[in-house]
Design a protein. Structure first.
Length: 437
């Protein structure tokens, strides 16, 4: 049964429209496979998320997680909305700067930051969420070399179990990220940093996982972090003015997935923060959030053209399209479900059972299995939903497939924001050594 999220529409030609643009026309004009991003939906998602927290707490900084989609135009939209940035590499940091996000509205995360990355972060006043004792030492060195004070927080591991795919659950005790809270390791990190000359210890950070559709783990995270904030104030007299809860609010991918409202999460998390701040007489910290998927996930679709159809007795019909795991790896990698429809037959009755495959030479190269679609013919346009986050961002050139183009739509206008790769792009960096010439 066709169930479209509310920001999608259909037109009288029976086509799906995104941001006022007919997807069939987009595919004809820009080619396939094509990522399409709905600007208004990005803005709506950001505003809703920000308001959920900012209407309940005086100081909130929403740092968009660039890893979800680091396209310059997408980041520019969010910069215009007043977002900060969560960056996890040198180039993400530079993209955020390029889009006009000031360094002091950025947090830098990750378990392996190179000296060069740390330098760029410290030079730009980015808050560095330090992930290990050795990294603390490295930050100290960089700061003293630059003659600047480094703003730091610690990534702590609060051991919160959040129901999600094991690859994207990051808050468990055994995960590679952060300082362990339970054993006192996190506390020790603060004690050590307090004695360092060139660092200002201003924050605390955790990220418990991604694609979480339940508010309870976030509340538990808030409890654990705020207990530590209170302990650090009490025993070390360090006031942490940035409490960073990471990202992780999920989105419904399947038609029957539940939706986690940011307001529900905000209500419960801010409730905890308020209580601890009151009880312990703390100042009111800035609450930092790092949403990626929630902001851009449902704002993006992927359009792919049907090339071949193969009927096989006893199994679903194979429908081969021109986008595969190179363009969207989530189904192959995580077994992730992405809803699929025919964009040019969006209102037609779904009557055939199909598997949708990509063009790569791997059995794992599929976009969806056992899906109901209207009768499919060559040239039909498949639309894959909820690919705005971790779609193009995780794409590759496997089997020398160029990465798809990405187009931004708004009120019927459409413009390319990422060009389709060409043969030259694919071979530009390769070189033939002298002895083979
Ligand atoms: N902050 C930190 C420190 C993170 O590690 C992540 C995501 C985020 C924020 C943003 O999380 P979000 O709000 O988007 O859930 N490739 C996987 C997702 C990996 C997420 C890793 N960290 C996927 O396609 O589902």
């Amino acid at each position: 049964m066709l169930i479209l999220k509310r920001h999608f529409k259909t037109n009288i030609r029976g086509h799906l429209t995104v941001g006022g643009a007919d997807t069939v026309e987009l595919a004809n004009k820009f080619g396939t496979p094509l990522y399409v991003v709905d600007e208004q939906r990005v803005r709506e998602n950001y505003r809703r998320f920000y308001k959920a927290f900012a209407s309940r707490w005086p100081s909130v900084l929403v740092c968009y997680a660039l890893k979800a989609n680091s396209n310059l135009a997408v980041v520019k939209i969010l910069q215009g909305e007043g977002a900060g940035a969560d960056v996890s590499s040198e180039y993400e940091l530079r993209i955020a700067l390029e889009a006009g996000i000031p360094g002091n509205k950025m947090v830098f995360n990750g378990n392996h930051k190179t000296p060069r990355e740390l330098e760029l972060a410290v030079a730009n006043d980015v808050l560095v969420n330090v992930d290990s004792f050795q990294e603390l030492e490295a930050v100290g060195k960089v700061a003293s070399r630059l003659g600047k004070r480094a703003r730091i927080g610690f990534r702590v591991n609060p051991d919160v179990r959040a129901p999600t795919h094991p690859y994207i659950a990051t808050g468990l005790r055994e995960s590679k990220f952060g300082f362990d809270v339970a054993s006192g390791q996190a506390f020790d990190a603060y004690k050590l940093a307090a004695r360092m000359e060139d660092v200002d210890v201003v924050g605390i950070h955790a990220h418990i996982g991604s694609q979480i559709l339940d508010a309870a783990p976030f509340e538990e995270e808030a409890e654990k972090l705020m207990a530590l904030v209170a302990e650090i104030k009490e025993r070390l007299d360090i006031y942490l003015s940035f409490v960073d809860f990471g990202g992780g609010i999920g989105i419904p991918y399947k038609p029957d997935d539940r939706e986690l409202q940011p307001e529900q999460v905000a209500e419960r998390m801010v409730g905890v923060v308020e209580r601890v701040v009151d009880e312990k007489g703390l100042g009111k910290p800035t609450l930092v959030f790092e949403p990626g998927r929630y902001i851009v996930g449902d704002a993006g679709v992927l359009l792919a053209r049907v090339g071949y159809i193969k009927e096989r007795p006893g199994i679903p019909t194979w429908v081969a399209v021109d986008a595969g795991m190179n363009a969207l790896i989530r189904p192959a990698l995580y077994g992730a479900y992405h809803h699929i429809e025919l964009a040019n037959k969006i209102l037609e009755k779904e009557e055939v059972l199909v598997n949708v495959a990509g063009p790569l030479c791997e059995s794992g190269d599929f976009l969806g299995k056992e899906r109901k679609l209207p009768k499919v013919v060559q040239g039909d346009l498949v639309v894959i939903f909820d690919v705005g986050a971790y779609g193009l961002a995780m794409s590759s050139q496997h089997t020398a497939q160029p990465r798809p183009a990405m187009v931004l739509v708004n009120e019927g206008k459409a413009e390319i924001i990422r060009k389709r790769e060409t043969f030259e792009d694919l071979t530009r960096l390769d070189q033939i050594p002298g002895w083979l010439k």
